[in-house]
Ligand binder design. Structure first.
Ligand code: SAH
Length: 281
């Protein structure tokens, strides 16, 4: 066991190659051995804005760390530019890590980046990560599937380039089904996804949990319903990154909260009722 992290059977990030690495939703303990090995070996790390900086401290002191995500006020690096940086780095003989939040292939454009590397003839590896829609829910005590609640779960993004709702989603089917929905890019999408589901007939009493900053010291969980979610999120000043969980798995009666973020009083598990109490106190 002691040699697991140093095992010679683990693949090594070779010079001239790129690994697309998932870093998980925030808690560094959710990194895989492959992810840690790659970050420690890297000469160049191209990372997204959501990456926990604690994770970057694992990199070698002389490694180049480049943020290619959207930073306040700055436009994010374009996909073409990211592909160019990865490919040029590899051609220069560097060990390149492309570090992404969660899993690289869940709403992370990992597929596109892998295709760019393939087309350029660059050796690459994909290192899966714990996606926020599963790991983040677990830290809120929400099981993505629960025998008493759902036999399927749908992961969707409420957001497309340009901000429109994804056109190819079947809202009728999503609203009709009793199954669970987990919406990525939840904060910006709330105003569109919730009315779309309601207008396609999903019950306003459907339980909703909004999980923000999951797995981090600032994790917050807001329990509400589909009918009240937009207002409740605004009142609670929920900020990104957040997931919206819709369906019976989000019912507090089925949840088993266990994670206590170490933080100020705002980190406490908040409910609509406790918020209202705070407002009227
Ligand atoms: N590849 C990532 C998702 C990238 S899209 C993954 O697999 O998790 C970015 C969205 O992921 C955010 O808008 C948010 O909805 C979700 N997300 C990522 N990290 C999160 C976190 N710590 N807490 C809540 N949501 C998170």
């Amino acid at each position: 066991m002691h040699s697991l992290a140093h095992s010679t059977t683990l693949p090594q990030l070779e010079a001239g190659s790129v690994w697309l690495v998932g870093a998980g939703p925030g808690d560094p303990g959710l990194l895989t051995l492959h992810a840690v090995g790659a970050i420690r070996a890297a000469d160049l790390v191209l990372y997204d804005a959501l990456i926990n900086t604690e994770i970057l401290s694992e990199a070698r002191r002389n490694a180049r760390l480049v943020c290619v995500g959207r930073r306040k006020g700055n436009a994010p690096t374009t996909q073409d530019e990211i592909a160019r940086l990865m490919i040029e780095g590899a051609r220069d003989g560097l060990r390149v890590v492309r570090l992404k939040g969660g899993d690289p292939c869940m709403f992370g454009r990992g597929g596109e980046e892998a295709a760019a590397l393939r087309d350029a003839g660059i050796p690459f590896r994909i290192v899966p990560g714990v996606t926020a829609g599963i790991g983040g829910l677990a830290y809120a005590g929400i099981a993505a599937t629960h025998r008493d609640a759902n036999a399927a779960v749908t992961f969707l993004t409420g957001h497309q380039t340009g901000g429109a709702l994804p056109g190819d989603l079947d809202w009728d089917a999503l609203a009709r089904s009793d199954n669970a929905l987990v919406v990525y890019m939840g904060v910006s999408a709330l105003d569109r996804v919730v009315p779309a589901l309601l207008s396609h007939g999903r019950d306003a009493a459907t339980p909703v949990a909004i999980v923000a900053h999951a797995t981090t010291p600032s994790q917050r969980v807001l329990n509400t319903t589909l009918g009240e979610a937009v207002l409740a999120a605004r009142r609670a000043k929920i900020d990104a990154p957040a997931l919206i969980v819709i369906g019976r798995i989000a019912d507090p009666a089925l949840a088993t909260p266990w994670f206590e973020p170490q933080q100020d009083e705002h980190a406490a598990r908040i409910t609509d009722r406790s918020l209202l109490a705070a407002f009227t106190a």
